[in-house]
Design a binder for this molecule. Structure first.
Ligand code: 6LW
Length: 501
């Protein structure tokens, strides 16, 4: 008897710094939004037909008037934890800008945009806002803590006083990320608790009305990896969705620590998927697998992403992000056709306002290369966690150098003469696959320069732990990109490719 091996798909379904996923389905289409913190544009939006392959279709907050991130906005400040819902023929997105405007609501008929200007909710206090409508059309906004407001979502006004709801296990840290749903005969209140670190988890309660009272699930937490040696840690902050076939799924965040003890994660918190079944009207979250069984429907694999961005289009691809703001005066593909032109704003990557255009590191091992022309300035290729944690290889006419900034320490690690003119800069991230020493870091970041004949000169091999969340703190992950810190620097292309072991 022969049997066909079960098809598997890889988890995380959205790798790289894509935390706090919120999901909704419209017909056979799924949409998902994530947090984006200090980066502009904000709130990446993904589309999928099968729940496992996701395509970035835009960023909800892509106009400066929607997203104010003042110079004082801290890294890991900015936009936290959106909720994305479809109701009454349109998409609704609610999110907190912890650095400026508090809770804000946006609407769109097409999730790829454009999204509306913000509707502010000055009366709603708390992060992680959720939206839910009952059969009478009353809209409830539930926030971390856990408290609930009735709101008018068209004006942002609150109606009456907030009510305190169920807040998870007594004494458990950080009850947050609430989502309220009507499923069958119950209203379910899903929350995260334990904090977003190794003790993270998802718990649930149910009641007969959206106001409660809520009875906790006897098997809480319904998802957690605390105290386990599972390769995916910090699992929490979930959202539920039902497939067109009636099956249920949870998207949630998790991290993949690498190296020895205590383990370091460098890609930030990523979006994972797990199947959900129901027992006695309570959800049971299935196994979280890096290679998970494919859902029982046709898969829609998107075209493989090209390695190279040639900067040939007048528009930047959706995956390019910049700390705090981005203006065409400092960052444009319109000035020299086929080139990205960056004009310096700060004089180093230590400046929160530096001119930097990057993309999330999405693979544990990968390579990035750029062709940089420094004839009129200084700039290069950087791996950035925040302004206090970054490694970069930079060029100015006739010279390249590697700089490392870790906390309060900043050092030029290496410098090297180059012929004047454009130069190829390269960064390789090589994950530690076999831990032979408990002190081994998560990966090695190697920085170097290629010459015109394709030869490569390695200038530095740095321990990746210093660009990890366990060292730097915060909520983001690595972003790899181009920058300028003096004058004008032009880039002909940028390559990013995963590297297989
Ligand atoms: C978010 C909170 C959380 O607001 O981390 O893991 C915070 N969960 O719900 C920042 O992403």
């Amino acid at each position: 008897m022969s049997s066909t091996p079960a098809r598997t798909v890889s988890n995380p379904v959205i790798p790289g710094f894509h935390p706090d996923p919120s999901i909704c389905r419209v017909g056979e289409d799924y949409y998902l939004a994530c947090s984006s913190f200090e980066y502009f544009p904000g709130v990446p939006l993904f589309h999928s037909r099968d729940l496992v392959h996701w395509t970035l279709i835009g960023n909800a907050l892509d106009r400066p008037e929607q997203l104010r991130l003042p110079p004082g906005a801290a890294s890991s400040g900015g936009l936290y934890a959106p909720t994305l819902r479809h109701h009454d023929g349109r998409f609704w997105l609610i999110v907190t800008n912890v650095s400026a405007d508090g809770n804000m609501l946006f609407t769109a008929t097409d999730p790829a945009g454009p999204w509306s200007d913000p509707i502010r909710l000055p009366g709603v206090h708390g992060i992680d806002p959720d939206l839910a409508w009952d059969d009478d059309g009353i809209c409830r906004c539930t926030v971390a803590g856990v408290s609930q407001y009735r709101i008018d979502p068209l004006t942002g006004e609150t109606i009456g006083e907030p009510r305190r709801l169920w807040s998870g296990a007594p004494g458990a840290k950080a009850p947050e990320a609430p989502h309220l749903y009507r499923i069958g005969d119950y209203w379910y209140l899903l929350i995260a608790e334990g904090g977003t670190e190794r003790c993270h988890g998802v718990s649930i309660a149910r009641g007969r009305t959206p106001d409660g009272p809520f009875e906790p699930c006897p098997d809480n937490p319904v998802l957690t990896h605390r105290g386990t040696d599972h390769p995916v840690q910090n699992t929490g902050h979930g959202d539920l969705v039902q497939g067109p076939d009636g099956s249920w799924w949870m998207v949630f965040l998790g991290v993949r620590p690498q190296g020895g003890t205590p383990g370091w994660h460098v890609l930030g918190r990523e979006t994972f998927l797990a199947p959900v079944t129901w027992v006695d009207d309570w959800p049971v979250v299935g196994e979280v697998a890096l290679d998970m069984a494919a859902p029982p429907w046709p898969l829609h694999e998107p075209a493989v992403e090209p390695v190279r961005d040639d900067f040939d289009s007048g528009e930047l691809a959706h995956g390019w992000i910049s700390p705090r703001s981005r203006s065409t005066a400092h960052c444009t593909t319109g000035e020299r056709p086929g080139w990205l032109t960056l004009r310096a704003r700060g004089d180093s990557l230590d400046d929160p306002e530096v001119t930097f255009l990057g993309r999330r590191q999405q693979h544990l091992s990968c390579r990035a290369r750029v062709l940089a022309d420094p004839s009129d300035g200084r700039g290069g290729l950087a791996v950035r966690l925040d302004e206090r944690h970054h490694y970069e290889i930079e060029t100015e006419p006739g010279q390249v150098r590697v700089i490392a900034r870790v906390g309060t320490l900043r050092t030029v690690v290496a410098s090297h003469p180059t012929p004047a003119g454009p130069v190829v800069l390269r960064v390789d991230m090589t994950a530690t696959r076999k831990v032979t020493d408990p002190r081994q870091g998560p990966d090695t970041v190697t920085l170097g320069v290629e010459d015109a004949d394709g030869g490569y000169t390695e200038l530095a091999a740095l321990d990746g732990r210093y660009l990890s969340t366990e060292v730097a703190g915060g909520f983001t992950g690595r972003v790899i990109g181009t920058y300028a810190t003096l004058g004008t620097v032009r880039f002909d292309w940028f390559d990013y490719e995963p590297v297989e072991d």
